[in-house]
Design a binder for this molecule. Structure first.
Ligand SMILES: Cc1cc2nc3c(=O)[nH]c(=O)nc-3n(C[C@H](O)[C@H](O)[C@H](O)COP(=O)(O)O)c2cc1C
Ligand code: SF4
Length: 447
């Protein structure tokens, strides 16, 4: 079979998946405000399971309400959510696809804080630099409570019959806020040296292992390099953790009981390198960013920046930091290769993958053991089947335009690149298909 390495099963310590492609973490605001889930989320995940991926890694699932980044994302902060996640798992399992839930806490990095907790928690009391969300530095009891919340989240995922959990330790959320030399400004045992900065996540791993045992899959998504100064206007600021520091953290994580590493980059989200785009779609950004205007201390100024002529300045700055479009596919591969050499567990690499021959080359070179894909699967839910049929790329590949990304705070998630569709109506129909089937009982519909 063409591209055969993609279709080799991958064995983790506690989990086997049927091929080397995982759906990377991505979802829209399909769920309910209170963190309960609904049929649209089940429909969303089923699209990718049906399309042939070996496993789905969920989007950001908060372990506590204060760690939520945006309302209408399903949570795992209470036992009442277990039946919903069980239903998601069952729907996905019907297609011989595994489901890994991303245990997450946003800390100070949020998009819309919602009504319950206007002030976030963090390693620091400095607001996040992108949107200016306020936060307070966590006390030791707050750290202990949060560690326990992660462990409870893992226990609930296991009880729901899911196949594993991933710690969201990348992209600027709470775990990064502790790990990062550019963010963590503490002078207690959770700040300063790398060992101290890694203390929080290692405590989380040990607490999870104590709660769920050693035979449940646990992986960690990490930003191998942080590029914290990617948008620095004048000179360079601190760039955050280096690859060497991240390699050391990965070794500690594996010693503590982590079964796989998922390699990403960037100390905030979105970041010019993640998801790396061909061009920042400022016009679309200005249209959806108004949803966030009153949320953070910098959001109104950002809105003005994205609107009008200054939008072109923002676009140039972002594009320069993102690097050339031809380097999007496999952007984190060099980092994945370096981490793979240093640890004994499988490595999953994220970032731009959508060409079978590129994926095969990465697998054969031993740069990684699997790839995770988000946007190209949003564009082509059946990408794995495309590869299986012997085609190297989808007929209409993802253009990395990032319009899906900038729409997600306001609109349902889907592919927003009109040029990929025969008409605007066809694009909207694809986006709205996530609401089919509806869970509303058919007999009610005729009343
Ligand atoms: C709209 C959108 C939402 C995302 N949400 C998450 C998330 O909840 N958790 C996460 O770890 N990564 C998230 N990501 C990052 C993706 O999982 C992925 O790592 C990144 O987009 C690079 O892969 P790609 O080039 O295949 O899209 C998101 C990306 C997009 C575009
Ligand atoms: S809007 Fe569509 S083409 Fe553009 S990045 Fe998202 S999935 Fe890809």
């Amino acid at each position: 079979m063409a591209f055969e390495p993609i279709f080799q099963p991958l064995q983790f310590r506690n989990l086997t998946i049927k091929n080397r492609i995982l759906r990377s973490n991505i979802s829209g605001r399909f769920d309910n405000y209170d963190g309960s889930g609904n049929q649209a989320r089940i429909n969303w995940e089923t699209k990718f399971a049906r399309g042939g991926v070996g496993a789905i890694i969920s989007s950001f699932v908060p372990v506590h309400l204060r760690g939520r980044i945006v309302p209408n994302y399903a949570m795992i902060d209470h036992d009442r959510h277990i039946p919903f996640w069980r239903a998601v798992g069952r729907a996905v399992h019907e297609h011989d696809c595994k489901f890994i839930l991303q245990l997450s806490h946003g800390g100070r990095q949020r998009d819309i804080n919602g009504i319950e907790y206007p002030v976030g928690l963090s390693s620091t009391s400095e607001a996040d630099p992108l949107h200016g969300f306020k936060c307070e530095a966590m006390t030791i009891p707050q750290i202990q409570e949060t560690v326990a919340q992660f462990a409870e989240g893992a226990r609930r995922a296991r009880e729901a019959g899911l196949d594993g959990v991933e710690l969201h330790g990348a992209n600027g959320y709470l775990i990064t806020q502790f790990l990062s030399s550019a963010i963590n400004d503490r002078d207690d045992e959770y700040g300063g040296s790398l060992q101290n900065r890694a203390r929080f996540v290692l405590e989380v791993v040990r607490a999870i292992r104590a709660r769920v045992g050693s035979d449940f899959h646990l992986q960690m998504k990490i930003s191998a390099r942080e590029f914290d100064d990617a948008l620095a206007l004048f000179g360079r600021g601190p760039s955050g953790n280096t690859l060497e520091e991240s390699i050391q953290v990965c070794q500690w994580l594996v010693e503590a009981g982590v079964d796989a590493i998922h390699v990403s980059s960037g100390s905030f989200f979105p970041h010019p390198r993640n998801p790396a785009g061909a061009d920042l779609p400022v016009e679309d950004l200005a249209k959806s960013y108004d949803t966030m205007i009153s949320s953070g201390e910098r959001t109104f100024a950002n809105f003005l920046l994205f609107s009008g002529v200054s939008g072109q300045f923002a676009r140039r700055q972002w594009n320069r930091a993102a690097g050339p479009p031809e380097e999007i596919e496999g952007k984190n591969l060099a980092d994945a290769r370096a981490i793979k050499k240093a640890v004994t567990v499988p490595i999953i690499c994220t970032g731009g993958f959508q060409t079978a021959s590129v994926i095969v080359k990465a697998l054969q070179a031993g740069d990684c053991d699997a790839v995770s894909i988000a946007r190209p699967l949003v564009a082509n839910n059946d990408l794995v089947e495309v590869f299986r049929s012997g085609r190297d790329r989808a007929e209409k590949p993802c253009t990395y335009c990032n319009k899906c990304l900038v729409n997600v705070v306001e609109n349902p998630l889907g592919c927003y690149d009109e040029s990929r569709f025969p008409s605007r109506e066809a694009m909207v129909a694809q986006i709205m298909s996530v609401f089919e089937p509806s869970a509303f009982p058919a007999e009610m519909a005729v009343l």
